[in-house]
Design a protein around this ligand. Structure first.
Ligand SMILES: N[C@@H](CCC(=O)N[C@@H](CS)C(=O)NCC(=O)O)C(=O)O
Length: 205
């Protein structure tokens, strides 16, 4: 049994999705942002979700690491290209780009006060975060030219990750109209039964 610490509307979405799409038994523990329980902080010292406790008791954080591990452990679920597949470099590239460039840019927007010691600097941090978020999404949009999914022909957990980030965009339509390929990918993914079901809790749309 897996234990996943999550919260509606959070990065726990992609972790819940990969576990459910792989057909694994999981207990989802929703942790409040304010005063998270000590048991959760022992697993996730930054107090961030998602955090996963594996059946052998090992704990791990990091949405991309969790997604890649579970997808690789269950190749029959088809959630990641095989390690020797020509689609693997793109899969890894975009998973890591999303977790190391797009996600942190969004965090700088939503938690702007953490990125400056000057209260007067919060608005500037938020404005710069939005510019960087949009720069990142434009790069992903361009990469989707001529392909259905981020890793090419087949849907992977990277696409679910992208959908989650696209629905966090803080300004205007979600996903933004101007990124037509991302809009199209999200529309196709929303029809997936697991994505559809998880949205009842996470409420992205
Ligand atoms: N690098 C982490 C970031 C996780 C993260 O920032 N999670 C947010 C929710 S989307 C969170 O729990 N924030 C609470 C906080 O930082 O206090 C990952 O990819 O899993």
């Amino acid at each position: 049994m897996y234990t996943l610490y999550s919260r509606p509307g959070s990065g726990g979405f992609v972790a819940e999705a990969v576990l459910e799409m792989a057909g694994l038994p999981v207990t989802v523990v929703n942790v409040p942002k304010a005063e998270p329980p000590a048991e959760f902080l022992a697993v996730s010292p930054l107090g961030q979700v998602p955090a996963l406790v594996l059946p052998d008791g090992q704990a791990m954080t990091e949405s991309a690491a969790i997604s890649i591990l579970i997808a690789d452990l269950h190749p029959e679920a088809g959630l990641a290209p095989a390690i020797d597949s020509p689609a693997r470099p793109d899969f890894l590239r975009w998973m890591l780009f999303m977790s190391s460039a797009v996600y942190p840019a969004l965090l700088r927007y939503f938690y702007a006060d953490r990125y400056t010691t000057a209260p007067s600097g919060v608005d500037a941090v938020r404005a710069a975060a939005l510019v960087e978020t949009d720069r990142c999404f434009a790069i992903v949009e361009k990469a989707l030219a001529g392909r259905m999914w981020l890793a090419g022909e087949k849907m992977s957990i990277a696409d679910v990750y992208l959908l989650m980030l696209a629905y966090w965009h803080p300004v205007g339509d979600r996903p933004r109209d101007e990124w037509a390929r991302i809009v199209d990918l999200c529309a196709r993914l929303r029809a997936h039964p697991v994505v559809d079901r998880l949205n009842r809790t996470h409420r992205f749309w």
